[in-house]
Each structure stands twice: as C-alpha cells, then as structure tokens.
Design a protein around this ligand. Structure first.
Ligand code: DC
Length: 211
C-alpha cells in the first residue's frame, strides 16, 4: 500500500522545486520520475547510442534503482549529469518508446511501495498511479517557463538565448504531448495549477492545503 500525491506537468513549470517542497512540508518521500528517462539518455550517450536507437537489449543492461530520492544506475549514483540539456532532450526522445515506458513502470511502482510519497512526472496521475490520492497538473505559459529557465540558468546550454530556450521548451512540449503512449496530459481528476505569476511559496501552499 502506498499513498501517492501525483504532480504532473510540462518541462520547466517548476514541478521539481514545488514537488520537493510539498514532500518536505507533508513529511512524505519524494521521487522525480524524469530522472529515470534522463538516466537512460545518459547511459545511451555514454555508450555512443543515438537516443532513437535504444533497444530492449540495451535496457536490460541498465539497472535503475531509487535509494530514497537518489537514483542509482548500475550501482552508481547519478546527479548533476542528469541536468545536462542533452540528457533532457534525450529523455524526451527515449520516453516516446513503449518498451522504455514498460521497463520503467515497475521501477516507479516499486519506489512508491509502502510509502507516503510525492511523485512528479508526466503520466503519474494518468498511467503510473491512476488511483493516486491527490493529483495536480502544474503548468505555466511557455514564455514564462523560458523566462524562469533563463533567469535561473538552469539547464541552459552555453550561448542560449531567450528565443532558443523558448524553442527548446516548445519542441519538448510538442514531443511530450503528442507521443502515442502515455502523453503528457491533465488527468480528469487532477487539480490544475497555473503557476504563471505565482511564487513557488504560493504554489506549495496551495498544493499542501489541498492535501
Ligand atoms: O521532468 P523532466 O524534465 O526531468 O523529464 C525529462 C523527460 O522525460 C520529459 O521531457 C519526458 C520524459 N518523462 C516522461 O515521459 N514521463 C515521466 N513520468 C517523466 C518524464
């Protein structure tokens, strides 16, 4: 048995910061499922495999496991390397494959087993935990997300401009929302939180109040 608060939404909406703070406030565990897709992108890149050429055989050599909120790939903890823009782009491409999503499903469900947990991603409330106790869809306009990313210098490639960051966000939205399997979309029973013009503290207050 687990108690799940699902937080889904597009890239750059501030989900990770918000989800981590909500988990702290509620004294729940926290899992960022995007890191699983990023870890596979990282592994593919390290092996010289193109993101769209990953195979089930390749995945069978990737053992992914959460220890608390930390993610380990074949026993090695991954952290800063997952935040490289290339891993984000690769994760978005790799995640469109159904065998990849099937491979990661038990990792996500096992990570939540027996826990009170805040889990963030794209399809947590729709596919991974359709019976989650609480579901939130956290979003903001693409321009606002690009502005925040630019201001924080978070996942920004060297020489990036506001326009290139906005284009990158739009192409990830396009891929994540239009893939055939488990696309990014708001669950029917999720609470929509548009964070455009809201501070992080306001978003965290709103979500914890509803939990
Ligand atoms: O949340 P993030 O930016 O770390 O996610 C990186 C990519 O992984 C995202 O563009 C799509 C994919 N992803 C997914 O398909 N399903 C999830 N539950 C989480 C992430």
């Amino acid at each position: 048995m687990s108690t799940v608060v699902a937080i889904d939404g597009p890239a750059g909406a501030g989900k990770s910061t918000v989800a981590r703070l909500v988990a702290e406030r509620l004294d729940y565990s926290y899992i960022n499922t995007g890191s699983l897709y990023r870890a596979l992108a990282y592994a593919a890149k390290a092996s010289g495999i193109a993101f769209d050429k990953v195979t089930p055989e390749f995945l069978s050599g990737c053992h992914l496991e959460f220890r608390g909120a930390d993610l380990y790939l074949n026993g090695v903890k991954l952290d800063a390397e997952l935040r490289q823009p290339e891993c984000a782009r690769g994760a978005s491409i790799i995640s469109a494959q159904s065998f990849v999503r099937d491979f990661l499903m038990p990792v996500q469900r096992n990570a939540a087993a027996g826990q009170w947990i805040v889990m963030e991603g794209r399809d947590i409330g729709t596919v991974v935990f359709p019976d989650a106790e609480k579901k939130f869809f956290v979003t903001a306009s693409a321009e606002e997300r690009a502005r925040r990313r630019m201001a924080q210098g978070n996942e920004v490639a060297a020489g990036a401009t506001f326009e290139s960051i906005l284009a990158d966000i739009r192409s990830r939205d396009e891929r994540d929302m239009n893939r055939a399997i488990a696309p990014l979309k708001q669950a029917d029973d999720a609470v929509l939180i548009d964070t455009t013009g809201l501070s992080i503290a306001e978003v965290v207050d709103r979500i914890t109040a509803l939990c």
